[in-house]
Design a protein around this ligand. Structure first.
Ligand SMILES: Cc1cc2nc3c(=O)[nH]c(=O)nc-3n(C[C@H](O)[C@H](O)[C@H](O)COP(=O)(O)OP(=O)(O)OC[C@H]3O[C@@H](n4cnc5c(N)ncnc54)[C@H](O)[C@@H]3O)c2cc1C
Length: 435
């Protein structure tokens, strides 16, 4: 049986490797970090998990698919190991998800209000927002709230752990501390050079199929094979802060204020710089820890290695605190600057495509020839986690072939996530797009 190599052990690589192993393939996953995962987009304990979208939206579909796939993984782990009980609640925490729109975006909101979605969807203008959600809104904004099972937050660390266990139980191999330092195409195979970061030795492996899911490092790994990719995928730095209301002030909040506070996270403002906030750690006695950030305050990166140790800029920290205070003001919870504490702040990294849409696709080599044995799962930006197993299923289908006849939605998915420069139908590069 051929050995399929997966490069990168974040949510994407682990999802692909799990689906490959689940379908009986022989799979080896290489991850440059040790078992303790901390330098990657998938680091942390909370991501917004949400499914609201227009009719036949591929990203809603990917979220829903992921929920189903997580349930299958949980069932499998429970069948395999009766000592630990696995549950969906280890990964998903149900909260209503609140979206803020400018009234100019009404057309986008109207697209969300279709029959199948109506029961999860509620909206309010500045007139009704306080009555409905305890929020005081500026006149020009509209609030939308999604209430659905498994919408709220998902915990990437827990999901990673379960995926890893699943891969090993299905006889897949996980190699931590193994960094891929070269990938070249020889006659009919790929030669992959792997550095063991403990021994400093490099070993060369042959593989007929390779899946690159290395997050922000993807372009670097493929630079000899497909140097043009740096025009399509760009690593970005995204600062985040973990904030809390000072314990003393939190203790003064009434029961109803605390409930309004909890109900208002996750919060996703689609106005301006797209501020997001979610509960990272619920309070046991004191105030909950809230993770905040903004997708439009992302920046380019000179040195991917150094960025993890660099502090976010002062103006970025200030902006995040200001948005937090503004959000709480909408809940009629008024805080002075001193009453907001920063628990920690750091830079995260993700990669973004030119079209801002993730890619799951075979790619062209530098001579313009489509390589069917080499697939990229990348450019996940700030939306990857909630759909990770959807992308994983798709990548495993690309590598192993799809079992069933593709549905309309599946074909839409393939088309949306195809390399923007690849016409999968004619298998040609669209002129002028790549070079
Ligand atoms: C601030 C922030 C907020 C986000 N918010 C949300 C959200 O609310 N909802 C949501 O759905 N998504 C969100 N996301 C997106 C989501 O977290 C990512 O899309 C997802 O984690 C990407 O996973 P990945 O596997 O592609 O990348 P990574 O997790 O970065 O995994 C890539 C892995 O490849 C490894 N690697 C790299 N190079 C090599 C090499 N040469 N050899 C071996 N291994 C290598 C790396 O060490 C890393 O572990 C957010 C992301 C960020 C950064």
């Amino acid at each position: 049986m051929e050995n399929i190599l997966v490069i990168g052990g974040g949510l994407m690589g682990s999802s692909v490797a799990w689906k490959l192993a689940d379908r009986g393939a022989k799979v080896t996953l290489f991850e440059q970090q040790g078992e303790n995962y901390f330098k990657g987009s998938s680091f942390g304990t909370a991501r917004i998990s949400r499914s609201l979208g227009p009719k036949k939206d591929v990203f809603s579909h990917l979220h829903n698919k992921t929920v189903k796939e997580v349930a299958k993984l949980v069932d499998f782990l429970n069948e395999e190991n009766t000592e630990q009980i696995h549950s969906m609640e280890d990964i998903y925490t149900n909260y209503p998800v609140t979206y803020l729109y400018h009234k100019k975006q009404r057309a986008a909101i109207d697209k969300l209000r279709f029959k199948k979605q109506k029961k999860f969807f509620n909206s309010a203008s500045s007139h009704s927002a306080f009555r409905k959600f305890g929020m005081t809104l500026p006149d020009d904004t509209i609030v939308v709230r999604e209430t659905k099972q498994y919408s709220g937050t998902l915990n990437p660390t827990e999901l990673l752990q379960k995926l890893r266990t699943g891969i090993e139980k299905k006889n897949g191999t996980l190699k931590y501390g193994h960094q891929v330092v070269g990938l070249v195409k020889k006659d009919d195979f790929f030669e992959v050079s792997i550095l063991n970061t403990n021994t400093n030795k490099i070993r060369k492996l042959k593989a007929t199929k390779v899946i690159v899911a290395a997050g922000a490092y993807t372009v670097n790994i493929l630079k000899a094979f497909a140097p043009y990719l740096n025009k399509i995928i760009t690593p970005k730095r995204v600062p985040i802060s973990f904030l809390k209301i000072a314990d003393e002030r939190y203790a003064q909040l009434t029961k109803i204020e605390k409930k309004t506070l909890y109900d208002s996270f996750p919060f996703f403002s689609r106005i301006g710089k797209e501020y997001f906030a979610m509960i990272s750690k619920p309070a046991e006695d004191g105030s909950p820890i809230i993770k905040v950030g903004g997708h439009q305050i992302r920046r380019n990166i000179h040195d991917l290695e150094r960025v993890w140790d660099e502090e976010p800029l002062k103006k970025e920290l200030k902006w995040m605190k200001k948005q937090f205070r503004k959000h709480l003001k909408m809940l009629e919870i008024h805080l002075s600057k001193k009453e907001i504490e920063t628990v920690t702040s750091y830079n995260c990294v993700y990669s973004e495509t030119r079209k801002k849409t993730p890619i799951v696709t075979p790619i062209f080599n530098k001579h313009g020839i489509l390589e069917n044995g080499l697939y990229v799962v990348g450019g996940m930006s700030g939306i990857g986690a909630k759909g990770c197993l959807g992308y994983g299923v798709l990548a495993s289908d690309l590598a192993l072939g799809k079992e069933n006849k593709p549905s309309k939605m599946y074909r839409k998915l393939i088309k949306t996530l195809a390399n923007p420069a690849v016409n999968l139908h004619t298998k040609r590069i669209k002129p002028g797009r790549l070079f």
